[in-house]
Design a protein around this ligand. Structure first.
Ligand code: ZN
Length: 238
């Protein structure tokens, strides 16, 4: 049987002499692994259309559950990213987190659209728009957490359940949520969370990824957002 997938390349690794295994996130089946035979031979054209982060239509022949790639039509390479190596590093970091968090072969079109929306958003930025690249990257991460069912508490204290007041609050990675100032002394590992970070995360969850470029953020705000995002990643991805 032949199948066609809308796919985004998450990664790849060499197997056997001239073969390669591709890790794809597909619209039709979620995350899948497929082999491409002879792809590392000098005359093979397929590999150029399956670079990491590319969007492509992938044709697959399946026999006894195993799939092999028989053809590829490129859709977008996302290499026009004007931010150069900085933006590429962000995208590769994001794809790596995505690959760690999304473990099941399970169809989820919302996750596929989120990933595609993220790549398009970064691709459309100008070189100096590094703050926007960060907003898209962390916006993507928090939206992904949400779609995967990791609800981060951002309105109440996870220790005493009180509604948070603005000012001195903390994020506790073990319970994945905010902790009020009064409880902060009695909980485990925590980092400061600013009112701006709480606001950013709420905006991320309420808006489409392509609209997050309107958010204005300075370096100081972004550094706290990054700190909290990294704590949340530790909580979820271990
Ligand atoms: Zn509390």
């Amino acid at each position: 049987m032949d199948y066609k997938y809308q796919a985004i390349v998450l990664g790849k690794y060499d197997i056997a002499e001239t073969d390669r295994m591709y890790v794809l996130y597909t619209k039709e089946a979620g995350k899948i692994r497929l082999v491409a035979h002879g792809v590392r031979k000098p005359q093979a054209k397929l590999a150029g259309n399956l670079e990491t982060m590319s969007h492509a239509e992938v044709f697959v022949a399946r026999a006894r559950g195993k799939g092999k790639i028989t053809g590829v039509i490129p859709v977008d390479f996302f290499v026009s990213a004007k931010g150069g190596i900085d933006f590429l590093e962000k995208i590769f970091w994001t794809l790596n987190i995505f690959d760690r968090l999304v473990t099941q072969e399970e169809k989820d079109e919302k996750i596929f659209e989120l990933l595609l929306g993220y790549l398009r958003a970064i691709d459309g930025l100008a070189e100096e728009e590094t703050a926007k690249a960060d907003i898209f990257t962390y916006g993507f991460i928090f939206k992904l957490f949400h779609l995967l069912g990791y609800g981060l508490e951002m309105g109440r204290c996870v220790a005493c359940n009180a509604t948070l007041r603005s000012g001195e609050n903390f994020f506790e990675s073990e319970r994945g949520g905010t902790v009020c100032n009064a409880c902060a002394a009695h909980v485990g590992k925590k980092v400061k969370i600013t009112d701006e970070t709480i606001k950013f995360i709420r905006i991320f969850l309420e808006n489409r990824i392509e609209n997050l470029g309107k958010i204005k953020a300075d370096k100081k705000n972004l550094s706290n957002l990054k700190l909290v995002a990294h704590e949340a990643i530790k909580w979820i991805a271990g």
